[in-house]
Design a protein around this ligand. Structure first.
Ligand code: UD1
Length: 383
């Protein structure tokens, strides 16, 4: 059996690592080997957004690199389709595998089905209900076209059933990103926060503040709805710098899009002149996991971090008005609350974290064995 997986952006890499490991494990046990080809679209190209995850998570180098780079959504999806079609025609795989919700999956899904190749979507069935998010468009395309929809939770199964997806296509396998978390936990635990900071400083600081467990906040922001508008981003910066950093150090791992906008909007000076605002380059997997493990709060608009916070029990203020991952919300037993970008809401929820009690939660099948279940589903599909 020949499988092509297509990845393109940072959140793909932690999801593909366990899948490749599970294929290798299958191949050790079975005479019926699976040949796996990894295609990287090149949407994320900076070392800190891509290669460092390959290195840390032992992902073999991509077999084929499409080098599509940045661009508008149509440019990214269009270029990926043109290049990926050539790969599929040359390799004639039995399956194309897409993971998550980034632009690579939209392009990959369309090409696979137009070339009459079976398609499996890992992380199927997530819905924010917000069609203005490019990720929601990508999810809808992948799920509509997939032969095998591999879901992380039962809420996703219900979403797909509501949309009329036949039951036999939907397989509840659990959350593959938690496979990576479980696999990497011990390595992350050993890291020293001050060393992480020193290694990743974006702007110089004279003395690195003391980082004590449960006495610092972690921030990541990259959604256009938070970082592309000057007024919105300024209010967030003011809150973080004037209120949170007055209380505890704030460690901010800054995405390239956000960095560009902070500079353009003239906000960098305010941030870098506050000694308790620690501005870092995009962090590697282990560093982010280590900081998350002992943060008093994570303020983020990332979907993946909402899930990791749930498993680690870290209070997560999600700077969005909706989420495709309701299972991570407090009302479903998770660690996350939706605070949008309303500062009053953010403040109210932030103040609640002052008295927090860490409460790790394991949703059903978030057990570190999702990738093995996925490989089994794909392998047995036609048996
Ligand atoms: C993409 C994904 C999003 C995911 C996020 C995680 C889609 C639609 N969006 O958004 O779901 O949560 O990645 O990071 O696929 N840039 C660099 N260096 C890089 C990559 C990007 O400087 O290595 C710059 C680009 O030039 C661009 C900006 O960052 O200006 C945004 O990159 P882009 O890939 O368009 O989308 P993300 O916001 O990263």
């Amino acid at each position: 059996m020949k499988i092509i997986s297509i990845v393109g952006a940072r959140p793909n890499f932690m999801k593909i690592a366990p899948f490749i490991r599970a294929i290798q494990k299958h191949n050790k046990k079975s005479d019926n080997k699976i040949q796996h080809i990894l295609v990287h679209t090149g949407q994320h190209y900076d070392v800190r957004m891509s290669q460092q995850f390959f290195d840390e998570l032992n992902i073999p180098p991509a077999d084929i690199h499409l080098e599509i780079g940045s661009g508008t959504h149509a440019e990214q999806v269009g270029k990926t389709m043109i290049e990926f079609e050539k790969v599929v025609r040359a390799e004639k795989p039995d399956w194309v595998i897409v993971v998550g919700d980034v632009n690579a999956i939209c392009a990959g899904s369309i090409v696979a089905k137009k070339e009459h190749v079976k398609l499996a979507h890992i992380e199927a069935g997530l819905r924010s209900g917000d069609i203005t998010m490019p990720e929601e468009v990508n999810r809808l395309v992948a799920d509509r076209l997939s032969d095998l929809l591999l879901t992380p939770d039962r809420i996703s199964n219900a979403n797909l059933e509501k949309e009329g997806v036949p039951n036999e296509k939907i397989k509840f396998v659990g959350n593959i990103m938690i496979d990576t978390l479980e696999n990497e936990r011990e390595k992350a635990k050993k890291l020293n926060p001050s060393a992480i900071i020193e290694k990743n400083l974006l702007t110089k600081i004279n003395t690195i503040p003391q980082i004590e467990n449960d006495k610092y906040a972690v921030v990541t922001l990259h959604r256009p709805s938070n970082v592309d508008n000057k007024e919105i981003l300024s209010h967030i910066v003011d809150f973080l710098s004037d209120e949170v950093a007055k209380d505890i150090p704030v460690i901010w791992s800054i995405h390239p899009r956000t960095q560009k906008n902070l500079i353009e909007f003239g906000l960098m000076e305010k941030l870098s002149s506050n000694p308790k605002m620690i501005l870092l380059h995009p962090l590697g997997y282990h560093s982010m996991l280590r900081l998350n493990m002992h943060a008093r709060a994570v303020l983020t608009d990332s979907g993946g971090l909402q899930e990791e916070c749930t498993v680690l029990g870290t209070p997560c203020l999600t700077l969005r008005w909706n989420t495709e991952r309701p299972i991570t919300l407090k009302e479903h037993g998770g660690a996350s609350v939706l605070v949008g970008n309303n500062i009053e809401r953010i403040r109210e929820e932030y103040l609640k974290t002052l008295t927090f009690v860490r409460n790790p939660v394991k949703p059903e099948l978030w057990d570190g064995k999702t990738a093995e279940r996925i490989v089994k589903q794909i392998y047995e599909y036609n048996l």
